[in-house]
Write a protein that binds this ligand. Structure first.
Ligand code: NAD
Length: 494
């Protein structure tokens, strides 16, 4: 396996994710667009947090389901009341434009009803009558205390996609947001508290990778619900390899392909590709990283893509007119992406649109497009930023083979082609999200969302999050004991 399976740099990697500046026992959050400090707090005492959660959990699990559902609905109301403030904080901490942060807040709210429905459909109580054998029942129980580890790019919506289903199922949650977006996490916690879910049941802890490791290794944690890079996910998986008693859900990165086949709708195709590659400055797990294009379409699509990408505004999140995208998360990420782009160039890549960093002291990057068809060994890593690689192919089999030329398996799209070609694409491409004439980004959380390969451990989130937040218990039940031994008894017994 390559040294680096995910991350913004191609050159090096020790298997651990890069962390934000940590000063002594404090976590400091900086605004990527300005470099200004916006928040700081001491790291939390993880042992204490777990003790608190364990004390509080049984009473929460014993609450009627209707109470827990009512409380998460109140949480959605609290988020609605604070929507603007929360969106502003998301924009400040991640650099994403205000309109996009507002959409993230809407997703947080929408998640509540989706999770309530999913709990009922995926993990509801079921009873089967077995005549004389009584009743068989299937019910679900919560795991206990779950650690939720969040990523920086969707610091409210994605941890929340674990937290809300976990709470509904009756778990206590210890939520450690990314060290790069902790203030958003703290705001989310306050919304839960105002809704009546105590800070022992939904507990924010402040910390970085070290605190994440402590949570993962702690005996007081019954499971880890993680969204982040493949490197970190693999580390967590490794740490818990001898702990089958802990539930582990890993939502990780991708090296996602878009295949462009025959279509007369070039403008739409270009818009889908550009949105997939450059939304959130390319910092989405489902972002298109590789455009695999039929060679006969290359000369028509490439100028379309370039001229559209040239027009994208990248600026600070509150700028007027509103930008399409903001900066990447920090200078270290921008340095890594710049290095990666140069690496691709030095190994045979041809720039279609260069990666430009207008201010060396800030992490703003232009969208970049590079043709890597001629590169003999394209690195199979997730470049978490606005870099799109273009690869030319001659036939559809080659396109499918190229789409699968990755250890990841999160999202894939076919743009153009016939229904028969889409059927072949769907059947042969390995990914958890496969689309036709749509981009790769923005999968609906009303459906399961997850990947295979290095993108996840077969525990998709979204609609199926209910599955990993509770375990099934099968029960055979009769009002009174009733039994006899039918075969194998000596006769004559009284
Ligand atoms: P990251 O892996 O650096 O960090 C994620 C979380 O894990 C953070 O809270 C971090 O503090 C913690 N952590 C880091 N090292 C740890 C360790 N050794 N043990 C325990 N916890 C540890 O990820 P990131 O850079 O914040 O997020 C970007 C990544 O997340 C990208 O790879 C992206 O593709 C992925 N992502 C995946 C999905 C998905 O649904 N599949 C969604 C969003 C982002």
């Amino acid at each position: 396996m390559d040294a680096v399976v995910s991350g913004s740099a191609l050159s090096t990697g020790d298997g651990e994710a890069m962390s934000a500046p940590v000063f002594g026992p404090e976590i400091v959050s900086f605004e990527p667009a300005t470099g200004k400090e916006i928040w700081r707090a001491p790291v939390s005492d993880i042992d204490e947090a777990i003790k608190r959660a364990r004390r509080a959990w049984p009473a929460w699990a014993a609450q009627p389901l209707s109470t827990r559902m009512e409380l998460v609905r109140r949480f959605a109301n609290e988020v609605r009341k604070d929507a603007e403030k929360l969106a502003t904080m998301i924009s400040r901490e991640t650099g994403k434009p205000q309109w996009e942060a507002a959409a993230e807040v809407e997703s947080v709210i929408a998640k509540v009803e989706v999770s309530i429905r999913a709990f009922a459909e995926r993990t509801a109580q079921r009873r089967f009558d077995n005549a004389m054998q009584g009743t068989s029942a299937v019910r679900h129980k919560p795991h206990g205390v779950l650690a939720v580890l969040g990523p920086f790019n969707y610091p409210a919506h994605l941890p929340n996609a674990h937290i809300v289903p976990a709470l509904i199922a009756g778990n206590a949650v210890i939520f450690k947001p990314s060290e790069k977006a902790p203030a958003t996490g703290e705001m989310l916690q306050r919304c839960f508290n105002r809704a009546g879910i105590t800070s022992a049941i939904m507990q924010f802890v402040c910390g970085g990778p070290e605190e994440g490791k402590q949570l993962v290794a702690h005996d007081g944690i019954d499971g880890v619900l993680f969204t982040g890079s493949a490197n970190t996910g693999i580390n967590i998986n490794r740490k818990l390899a001898t702990r089958p008693d802990k539930i582990v859900a890993l939502e990780m990165g991708g090296n996602n392909p878009v295949v462009l086949w025959d279509t007369p709708k070039l403008t739409d195709a270009a818009a889908l590709i550009v949105r997939s590659a450059f939304s959130t400055a390319g910092q989405r797990c489902t972002a298109a990283r590789r455009l695999i294009v039929k060679s006969s379409m290359y000369d028509s699509i490439v100028p379309e893509l370039k001229s559209l990408a040239d027009r994208l505004i990248f600026a600070e999140p509150f700028a007027e007119p509103a930008p399409f995208m903001g900066p990447v998360i920090d200078n270290a990420a921008a340095d890594g992406l710049t290095e990666s782009f140069l690496y691709l160039l030095s190994r045979g890549g041809k720039a279609i649109k260069h990666l430009v960093r207008p201010d060396e002291n800030l992490p703003f990057l232009s969208p970049a497009i590079i043709d890597t068809t001629a590169m003999p060994d394209r690195p199979d890593v997730e470049l978490f930023g606005p870099i799109l690689q273009v690869i030319k192919v001659d036939d559809f089999d080659q396109a499918i083979a190229e789409a699968n030329n990755t250890r990841f398996g999160l999202a894939a799209s076919l743009i153009g082609g016939t229904p028969q070609e889409y059927n072949r694409f769907w059947a042969n491409v390995r990914a958890g999200v496969i689309n036709w004439n749509k981009g790769t980004i923005g999968p609906s959380h009303a459906a399961p969302v997850g990947g295979i390969g290095l993108s996840g451990n077969h525990r998709p989130t979204g609609y199926y999050a209910a599955d990993y937040c509770a375990y099934p218990v099968s029960s055979g039940e009769l009002d009174q004991p009733r039994a006899l031994i039918g075969i194998g008894l000596r006769s004559g017994g009284e």
